[in-house]
Ligand binder design. Structure first.
Ligand SMILES: [Fe+2]
Ligand SMILES: [Fe+2]
Length: 474
């Protein structure tokens, strides 16, 4: 294979000068492309899609727009510019120079952290692979493909780290990233949420709002890492991640807006009437929110975690936005954790701060999630509708941590198992709810048209008209 990798793979890692890495990537690339054709967006690989491609990390090059066929997307390898004399920002080695090589004693832990992050990237592409058939508009179709190719690039970013810094073990892990599959009974993706099916666009918007936002916080934690290449890689990924959350945030807002318009048109806020008029009633949007928010909370891991403490102590994974904290050692602080007391009530336990790092990140995430909810509620309020969206309590429907499998209501009060099960149909989408949402899912691919269950976006991509022909079929 005499592909010019310097041209094919835009990069700022001097790939041309690194024969070993080139060979490793030459080997991996055909496997990646065959994965993309098999499990990437189904049936749209011949379409010309108006996509953003990163061709460099500076302001001019990181978002280069143009029509591309997805399999020809230039999956580049980019690290944020190095920070001169960067120092370790937290943990026991605070203030020492960051690492340009992986220290032997942290090799397997860092590899595991990179693999766990890397596994989520292709997983989401697999989860979303059929949604192209039911996009509400060309604008939305283009957006999902943008998200998909960038998750593909994030996979490349993690594979680059594995190939460049973890030798043969890294190469094997890179292959396995293409072998596990979302929802596969025998060989699933590593984390629960990434095995949940995404069969409709409401789920897609919830996923990009809540689950990509978990990604944002994980990347923020890894961007603090003492392993400088991991830090720089994650910093650049964060610039792209912002768009994915924008798609979710505005997507949910547009479904709500349409719902409010329909309520005004029919002069009723009755959920059944809203559904009969072809829009999504607000209580159903709330149910989808409950599902994806609670699932995404589990991605942060246990609330009291010795692994988290050791990642922090060794400088492998920090807190999101570490500089905003005053004490970067966190060696003797305590964290007050609220736990079920085993008798139907709640107790407070003080645990060492370092053991609470997952919880610290989760709390920052919850705050961030709330901002969109507050914005959506303003729109609802302006429409003189009494309904309000709420984030359920982080105790609700958890599978990981102290609250795992403790039955609570959405406000976080512990209730009996029977009571919990009796109420689940009020809190989470039922089969009938999902069937209703699926009944709305019909692809709208005519320029200037949009599905009836969602409002058009406020503006188009890259200053183009909202009705621009973002995807051209052949
Ligand atoms: Fe990603
Ligand atoms: Fe993402």
């Amino acid at each position: 294979m005499d592909m010019n990798y310097q041209d094919r793979i835009p990069n700022n890692i001097e790939l041309g000068a690194n024969r070993t890495l080139q060979r490793a990537l030459e080997h991996w690339q055909p496997a990646f492309l065959s994965w993309w054709h098999g499990l990437g967006p189904s049936d749209f690989n011949a379409a010309d899609v108006y996509l953003r491609t990163a061709t460099s990390v500076d302001a001019k090059g990181w978002a280069t727009y143009g029509f591309v066929r997805m399999p020809e997307y230039r999956w580049g390898i980019f690290l944020a510019e190095p920070e001169p004399d960067r120092r370790i920002g937290f943990g026991d080695n605070f203030g020492q120079p960051v690492w340009q090589q992986v220290p032997g004693e942290h090799r397997s832990t860092l590899r595991r952290l990179i693999v766990t992050q890397g596994d989520t990237e292709p997983a989401s592409v697999e989860q979303q692979r059929l949604l192209g058939h039911t996009a509400p508009s060309l604008y939305d179709l283009r957006n999902i493909f943008q998200v998909n190719v960038e998750e593909g690039r994030h996979l490349w970013a993690m594979v680059y780290l594995l190939h460049a810094h973890f030798g043969r073990d890294g190469r094997e892990e890179a292959e396995e990233l293409l072998e596990r599959h979302s929802g596969d009974a025998d060989n699933p993706r590593i984390l629960g949420t990434f095995n949940e099916p995404i069969n409709d666009w409401l789920s897609f918007y919830m996923f990009t709002y809540f689950t990509d936002r978990d990604g944002k916080f994980q990347l923020k934690c890894l961007a603090e890492s003492s392993f400088d290449h991991l830090s720089r890689t994650c910093k650049f990924m964060l610039t792209e991640e912002a768009h994915h959350m924008f798609v979710g945030d505005t997507g949910i807002a547009r479904v709500i807006k349409r719902s409010l318009e329909v309520m005004a048109e029919i002069g009723s806020q009755d959920p059944d009437a809203v559904r009969r008029a072809g829009a999504v009633d607000l209580p159903l949007i709330q149910k989808y929110l409950n599902f994806w928010f609670s699932s995404s909370l589990d991605l942060f891991g246990g609330d009291s975690s010795s692994n988290a403490a050791s990642y922090f102590a060794h400088g492998l994974k920090g807190r999101p936005d570490e500089p905003r904290f005053a004490d970067h050692l966190a060696a003797d602080g305590m964290f007050a954790l609220e736990l079920p007391n085993g008798q139907g009530g709640v107790k407070t336990e003080h645990i060492p701060m370092r053991n609470a790092m997952n919880e610290v990140a989760r709390e920052a995430y919850v705050k961030d999630c709330q901002m969109g909810v507050t914005r959506w509620n303003k729109v609802i309020e302006r429409a003189a509708c009494d309904f309000r969206m709420t984030l359920p309590s982080p105790r609700f429907r958890r599978s990981v941590g102290s609250w795992a499998h403790v039955p609570t209501d959405t406000a976080g009060s512990i209730i009996s198992k029977e009571n919990y099960e009796a109420h689940l149909t009020d809190w989470l989408p039922t089969e009938a709810d999902r069937a209703f949402i699926r009944s709305l899912m019909k692809g709208v691919y005519e320029v200037g048209k949009i599905a009836g269950w969602i409002a058009p976006p406020d503006r188009g991509v890259n200053n183009l008209d909202i009705n621009y022909e973002y995807v051209k079929f052949h």
